[in-house]
Ligand binder design. Structure first.
Ligand code: NAI
Length: 252
């Protein structure tokens, strides 16, 4: 039975991914900082494994990977845990900016390091990282979040080459807005959110994660037609065009 270890499994994209892989015969390892929601999910998924885990705690990440692997391997690590704070840069405290980087970037590094020995034991290992459309160009009202996803993007690119030599595929997923609690429960709604709309469901992202876990895919995997188009235009149009578009979409 193949094994996937998921961070941020208690909500949104992580939760939908856990259900899909479970329903398709995988052993799923569920981790999240929200232990109540995690236990509720685990109760619905037979033979799943779960552990409360804060990805910023590197020692706890090592214990979680070791215990889930049970002397065997981890086939797929899905680095999905993340937080978002939207708003004018100066309205977000230094502590909140730091948390975004700690969870979205350091957490992903902690988990990748901790899982590495167990990924090496798999014949078809993959690390799938949740990046975002905001890793294409810095997004107004998302500055630190966008920076964190640029970091995820570059970590993915580097490890795609480094760990690719060891037979571990490392790729990322880049969706624009997805209908999950992260977006729906946000206290600030930036203008760009209403102008672009929230047109993707968690299941749209899961389809990409499933594909990335089971077949060879490119290093970056955009989701949704509108963002695929934007990514193409970013390459095709003169430099400065994406900046102008984001300036227009984020105006008050
Ligand atoms: P969500 O808020 O529904 O789920 C995120 C989960 O991460 C929550 O269960 C939360 O408890 C967990 N988490 C937060 N801090 C944690 C920590 N320190 N340690 C462990 N778990 C922690 O969000 P959603 O939408 O499912 O997001 C999943 C990933 O997808 C995130 O990395 C997000 O940045 C990314 N993403 C989301 C988009 C969206 O529009 N919803 C778009 C692009 C990327």
């Amino acid at each position: 039975m193949k094994r996937i270890l998921i961070t941020g499994a208690a909500s949104g994209i992580g939760l939908a991914t856990a259900r899909h892989f479970h329903d398709n015969g995988w052993r799923v390892g569920l981790t999240d900082v929200n232990d109540t929601a995690l236990a509720q999910l685990a109760a619905t998924l037979n033979h799943s494994w779960h552990r409360r885990l804060d990805v910023t705690d590197s020692i706890a990440c090592q214990h979680a990977c070791r215990d889930f692997a049970e002397d065997g391997c981890i086939d797929v690590l899905f680095n999905c845990a993340g937080i978002l704070r939207m708003g004018p840069f100066e309205s977000i405290s230094a502590e909140q900016h730091r948390q975004i980087i700690d969870i979205n970037v350091t957490g992903l590094i902690n988990m990748s390091l901790a899982a590495h020995p167990f990924l090496q034991e798999s014949r078809a290992a993959a690390v799938i990282n949740m990046s975002s459309a905001s890793a294409l160009y810095g997004v107004p009202h998302f500055a630190s979040y966008s920076a964190s996803k640029f970091a995820v993007r570059s970590l993915t690119e580097a490890l795609n080459i480094e760990w690719g030599r060891q037979g571990i595929r490392v790729v990322d997923i880049m969706p624009p807005f997805v209908k999950t609690p992260m977006v729906e429960q946000a206290s600030f709604r930036p203008p760009i959110l209403d102008r672009m709309g929230v047109n993707l469901s968690a299941d749209d992202v899961v389809a990409k994660v499933w594909q990335a876990a089971n077949e060879k895919v490119p290093v970056h995997n955009p989701v949704g037609l509108s963002f695929k188009l934007l990514k193409l235009l970013d390459k095709a149009l003169p430099s400065g065009s994406t900046r102008l578009l984001l300036q227009f979409l984020s105006r008050d």
